[in-house]
Design a protein around this ligand. Structure first.
Ligand SMILES: Nc1ncnc2c1ncn2[C@@H]1O[C@H](COP(=O)(O)OS(=O)(=O)O)[C@@H](OP(=O)(O)O)[C@H]1O
Length: 856
């Protein structure tokens, strides 16, 4: 951290730009002031920094894969998979990166490996022997559930019958192989300027975060730290190598902070300001004769500084603290340590070497942050640890004439960047602005202007899907969302063929109600494409194989009774969470215009959730898709051979009849045509704006003595509470919540009378749980969830209500027991004064108004 601060100051003194990581860093003055030019340039010259790739994979290069050759691990293979320790780092990292990918995710896939004895022999696929196959994926799960095999046993029992049925001929008769390849020729690309790589930060999901990441990424290079540089055999390499990774990881960390308050921004600025003093920069390095010591010595100081600042900052939100801690923890890796660089002859190794230190530091700092849960620390460490492995190409590129890092914030901050270039002394103000941006939730929504998207669509229309994907990668972090449908499979194959699959992780939302065949298909895909990084997200509070628990919590007929609510839990919320946690600037989907309905006018590029969303096959029709699948032997879901043209959940998907539209078999009994994941922002926004009275069939559960908590006031009311706070997470659609509602209302009234404990509730139907909640150790795994939040000397304590008994006296007694156990015993003669209500700094109390009375 101190490195960064020091670097920042030096850069300012040298009157060089700090914020904008322009790729022509040697000559910032030469850069165009209008970011739009860069962007247009990039689009016009997509091949500028990349070798052209073939539009289609030459058939000879495709490993043979036939539908009949689909293979699965046997039950007997499972222990082997569990024991298998060696796995490609990238896969493991991808798995660990997803804080939501629980061990159950692997369990899910693991379960799929269980193959019934009567399953047709499908072991011919060469992918089984590849390194990094799904066995490896499974092995990376440290807590794989043994139930996986058994639950999937049931799954296969059902399946064996169907599978023994005769399959349709390949290719399925409904598809006519044809001219696809000719029909979609890859247009020629015009060679262009390499420097145009930079412009694409329009897609930054969290602009301020990106700007800060960019800033951090630049820091080592910016440091004219003689001591350190001289101790490195190749200072240029050493300093530049970790840069992209740092940037990416820092961004991930920062992006998790969705609600950094302005006060946190202030704290961050304060930290930046304090830093030079905290670190005797060059002195420290030079006073250490041993480069190893030099590299590790500053670390504890940094941690201590972080701790001290965090502790001092009473107003910093947990997320801000987390982000800050992440940044601080990252600093050691950012340093061009002589020891690290010299001990590693291989640049790739050199760049990955500091990783454990970084993780450890991150953990250490995070653990000191009293509001950060240990799980958050772990997740964060995972993120940090993940960064180098995720992009091995970047590591090696660092020693070569590498393409410049693309800072994700460029578009948003280019105006500010230009300003700072002209007025470098005002950097302090700029930094403050950046922090302020971070404090402005949703500010990234403004990063891409609609007219820009329109212009880009025109450019993209000239490109083949593969070229579009190449272009997308240059914009920053990209994710593909896939249900492994035919279109998604085409995209996956194109990415693999163009060497981009590693760079674009795939997110799959497991609704818990997918077909067994779909799970098996996913497993096969992981084998066929071993470099694919898969993140599986589940409905909030659930993991793999928990359909039954989901049904018991939400109601087995929710999909029929209230499809909106069902799809909110199973698609919309997990999608939102995935986007928030993985924070891509751009996400790719498999939707096409030819699917009809709301997709008829689908653009190639659109804005959604403040990010760009690309639909590279938007202009393809179904036959194009199947022709590609056929020509390239792309694996597909066997259900397509049984008449299912579009596949979703078991209970509401049916095969289509001849003449029916592609998606006619979806969302049975609901009348819906979309699951909602592609319109979620609009949906959630609309829901929030609707007055309560207009929320139609959403039951109203009165609680007069409750503070209503939402993402906007969450930090204020919950995380900064000075009084004990009893908080209920509920959904007005959940029957248990409806039953419990009058009890909770009564509890709240009683507690309000006593005045010691505030009652509050958070509606998980209307709102998404903010990231800060999990960072503070708040877990919601069922409805209703009841917790007591208490501020103690060491920070915030979260005490979950452990009982299933949800009657008035049980809850009240529990709350009182907790209160009694926490109260310091009054010394004789000491008068006890409890000041509550409006006199306190507790915002919750303030919100309660006069309800909470001051008492002595
Ligand atoms: N469960 C899940 N997980 C991840 N991504 C998903 C999911 N469902 C839909 N999608 C994305 O939406 C694309 C179109 O899917 P569908 O036609 O099935 O429509 S729907 O979204 O389910 O309404 C779909 O394209 P494909 O990858 O071809 O399936 C994905 O990009």
């Amino acid at each position: 951290m101190v490195d960064i601060q020091s670097a920042t100051c030096k850069r300012v003194n040298q009157a060089k730009p700090v914020v904008i990581d322009l790729d022509d860093a040697e000559d910032p003055g030469a850069l165009p002031q209008d970011p739009g030019d860069d962007f247009a340039d990039l689009v016009a010259h997509p091949a500028a920094t990349r070798e052209p790739i073939p539009a289609r994979v030459p058939k000879a290069e495709i490993p043979p894969f036939t539908p009949a050759g689909r293979e699965g691990l046997t039950v007997g293979d499972l222990p082997e998979a569990l024991e298998k320790e060696k796995r490609p780092r990238d896969t493991a990292s991808a798995l660990s990166m997803s804080s939501s990918m629980t061990s159950s995710a692997a369990a899910l896939l693991g379960g799929l490996t269980a193959k019934p004895a009567d399953k047709p022999d499908t072991s011919a696929t060469p992918a089984t022997t590849r390194p990094g196959d799904s066995k490896s994926v499974l092995a990376s799960s440290t807590a794989m559930k043994s139930s996986a095999a058994s639950s999937l046993g049931a799954l296969f029992a059902k399946q064996s019958d169907a599978r023994s049925r005769k399959r349709r001929a390949w290719p399925p008769s409904r598809r006519t192989p044809s001219k696809t390849d000719e029909a979609k020729p890859e247009p020629k690309r015009v060679p262009g300027k390499a420097k145009s790589v930079l412009a694409q930060s329009t897609v930054m999901s969290s602009s301020a975060a990106g700007a800060l990441s960019g800033l951090l990424a630049k820091a080592p290079a910016a440091r004219p730290d003689g001591e350190e540089a001289s101790s490195s055999p190749d200072p240029a390499t050493a300093s530049s190598a970790p840069q992209p990774k740092r940037s990416a990881a820092a961004k991930s960390v920062l992006n998790q902070s969705t609600v950094m308050s302005s006060s946190a921004a202030g704290a961050l600025s304060g930290l930046l300001a304090k830093a030079p003093a905290a670190r005797p920069d060059g002195e420290e390095a030079s006073s250490s004769p041993d480069p190893a010591t030099a590299s590790s010595a500053p670390q504890p100081k940094r941690s201590a500084a972080a701790k001290s600042v965090l502790n001092q900052s009473t107003v910093m939100s947990s997320s801000a603290a987390g982000a800050l801690s992440g940044l601080l923890a990252k600093a050691p890796a950012a340093r061009p340590d002589g020891e690290e660089a010299s001990s590693s002859p291989d640049p790739a190794t050199a760049s990955s070497a500091p990783q454990p230190k970084r993780s450890a530091a991150a953990k250490s700092v995070l653990n000191q942050s009293t509001v950060m849960s240990s799980s958050a620390a772990g997740a964060l460490s995972g993120l940090l640890a993940k960064a180098p492995a995720a992009r091995p190409d970047e590591a090696s590129a660092s020693t070569q004439e590498k393409p410049k890092t693309v800072p994700d914030s460029r578009m948003t901050f280019s105006g500010l960047g230009a300003f700072l270039r002209r007025h470098p002394k005002k950097f302090g103000l700029g930094a403050l602005c950046l922090c302020g941006f971070a404090a402005w939730p949703g500010s990234f929504e403004h990063t891409v202007r609609e007219d820009r998207v329109k212009a880009l669509n025109e450019k993209l229309a000239q490109m083949s899907p593969t070229e579009m994907l190449q272009w997308a990668v240059k914009t920053g972090d990209v994710l593909q969302f896939s249900s492994f449908g035919p279109s998604g499979m085409v995209i996956i194959d194109m990415l693999a063929a163009s060497g981009l699959l590693e760079q674009i992780p795939v997110v799959m939302i497991d609704t818990l109600h997918l077909f067994p065949e779909t799970y098996e298909h996913v497993l096969n895909v992981t084998r066929r494409y071993p470099t694919m990084k898969l993140h599986v997200y589940y409905p909030l509070g659930f993991g793999a194989n928990e359909a039954a628990r989901f049904d018991s919590v939400h109601g087995a007929a929710l999909w029929k009774d209230n499809f909106d609510q069902y799809s909110f839990h199973t698609k919309v919320e997990p999608t939102s969470r995935a986007l928030r946690e993985l924070s891509p600037g751009l996400w790719v989907t498999g939707r096409r215009r030819s699917q009809g309905g709301a997709r008829e006018k689908l653009p190639l590029l659109e804005k959604d959730a403040g990010r760009l969303k690309m639909n590279p096959l938007a202009f393809w029709d179904l036959s194009d898709v199947w022709n590609y699948i056929h020509a390239h032997r792309v694996p597909y879901n066997v259900l397509h051979d049984r008449g299912y043209s579009s596949i979703g959940d078991v209970m509401n998907t049916r095969p289509v009849q001849d003449g029916e539209s592609e998606r006619a078999g979806r969302f049975q009994a609901s009348g819906a045509t979309e699951c909602g994941m592609h319109t979620h922002l609009a949906r959630v926004a609309a829901l929030r704006q609707k007055p309560k009275a207009q929320l139609g069939n959403v039951p109203h559960l009165p609680c007069d003595a409750c503070v209503e908590v939402d993402p906007q006031n969450f930090e204020e009311v919950v995380l900064r509470t000075q009084q004990d706070l009893l908080l209920e997470f509920y959904s007005p659609h959940c029957s248990h919540c409806v039953q419990f509602a009058p009890v909770f209302a009564a509890v709240a009234t009683r507690l309000a009378k006593d005045g010691d404990v505030i009652s509050a509730r958070f509606d998980l139907f209307r709102h998404l749980l903010p990231e800060t909640a999990s960072q503070a150790g708040i877990q919601v795994s069922a409805f209703p969830t009841l917790i007591l939040v208490r501020r103690s000397k060491t920070g915030l304590k979260v005490l979950p209500y452990p009982k299933w008994r949800r009657d008035l006296s049980s809850v009240l007694n529990w709350v009182k027991e907790q209160a009694a156990s926490a109260k310091p015993k009054a010394r004789p003669g000491e008068s006890k004064t409890v000041v509550t209500g409006l006199n306190t700094s507790s915002s919750a109390a303030a919100l309660l108004g006069g309800m909470v009375q001051a008492k002595k």
